[in-house]
Design a protein around this ligand. Structure first.
Ligand SMILES: C[S@@+](CC[C@H](N)C(=O)[O-])C[C@H]1O[C@@H](n2cnc3c(N)ncnc32)[C@H](O)[C@@H]1O
Length: 299
């Protein structure tokens, strides 16, 4: 398991009854989590749950909305002590129960930060590709660790705008980051035609999604072809390949097999996989938060 336990501005306090209760900076949010399948008062004093500042309610017609107890700011900042420096992210609760940050990804930010910093000691330029890059957690982590160039690809212009805000909030404007609003499959095809190469690739594809021109993404059909194409984009001395997934239908072993049949087939190397987890601070549980497969040239 990969445990995300280095955040201080973020805290998972309790989980249960289909909900999780979190502190984001100075604000407490309660929102649904399908993995919190034990009762809310199991193993925790339910009375001790503080009053949340905002609660996300699911609607029967799909989607949902936040109800707030105080005038919650539209967005606020939290920080993370990444490898190489402090990152700052805007937190903005959305109509989709999300906040603009997946804190469990911090274990992957630390991993890629360490890989980049140790490669930097060998004084080589480091080019990183971040696919399905959302609000830029991995992009910022690569930049602060010292990557020479980062290419950030996401279908959503709104998410790209939020990633740019996070770059500025983190004081990383001088890093060389290219933001591309495009379907990841199309972008990878084009990069292969241009003979572009990357030393590290990270991707966090959704179970289901659409590119900007309506291109359909279904993880069970599209993942293997995309990872295979990405293996063609890796340089002669690649540092890492990270594949994260929140798709509950896909086991870590299934994604590990995809990496084995593509990246390891071309480069050999070493693969590790596991669930991501966040330990709750006020009860004795670790909340599962998706899974990650990591490839490195050495074990
Ligand atoms: C699960 S989120 C990634 C979370 C991110 N790794 C993080 O830790 O912050 C998935 C992202 O994929 C994007 N997306 C979905 N389908 C896409 C496609 N076909 N091409 C490019 N991006 C896509 C969405 O806009 C969304 O930002």
């Amino acid at each position: 398991m990969f445990l995300a336990d280095r955040f201080s501005d973020y805290e998972l306090m309790f989980a249960g009854g289909g909900d999780k209760f979190e502190r984001w900076g100075e604000y407490y949010l309660k929102r649904p989590d399908p993995q919190a399948v034990w009762p809310a008062d199991a193993g925790a004093d339910h009375e001790a749950w503080p009053e949340p500042h905002a609660v996300y309610h699911r609607s029967d017609s799909g989607g949902g909305s936040w109800s707030t107890r105080i005038a919650l700011p539209r967005k606020w900042k939290i920080s993370y002590p990444a490898i190489g420096g402090r990152l700052v992210f805007y937190i903005e609760p959305t109509g989709f129960k999300h906040t603009g940050l997946f804190p469990e990804q911090s274990v992957n930010w630390d991993f890629l930060g360490e890989m980049i910093q140790s490669a930097k000691k060998r004084e080589r330029p480091i080019r990183i590709l971040n696919l399905f890059a959302y609000t830029g957690g991995a992009t910022l982590a690569a930049a602060v660790a010292g990557a020479t160039e980062i290419v950030h690809v996401d279908a959503s212009k709104g998410m790209i705008a939020r990633a740019k805000e996070n770059v500025i909030a983190s004081g990383l404007e001088s890093s060389y980051i290219r933001f591309i609003a495009e379907d990841c499959g199309r972008f990878v095809d084009r990069e292969i035609r241009r003979n572009r190469q990357y030393d590290g690739i990270i991707m966090d594809p959704p179970a289901y999604g659409r590119g900007p021109s309506g291109e359909l993404w279904k993880i069970e059909d599209a993942l293997y072809p995309l990872v295979k194409k990405c293996s063609e984009l890796l340089s002669d001395q690649p540092l890492f390949f990270i594949l994260n997934s929140y798709a509950t239908a896909l086991s870590p072993l299934a994604t590990e097999n995809i990496i084995g049949l593509t990246i390891s087939k071309r480069f050999g190397g070493h693969v590790t996989s596991g669930e991501l987890g966040i330990p709750a601070s006020r009860m004795n549980v670790i909340l599962p938060c998706g899974s990650t497969v990591r490839w490195t040239p050495e074990g």
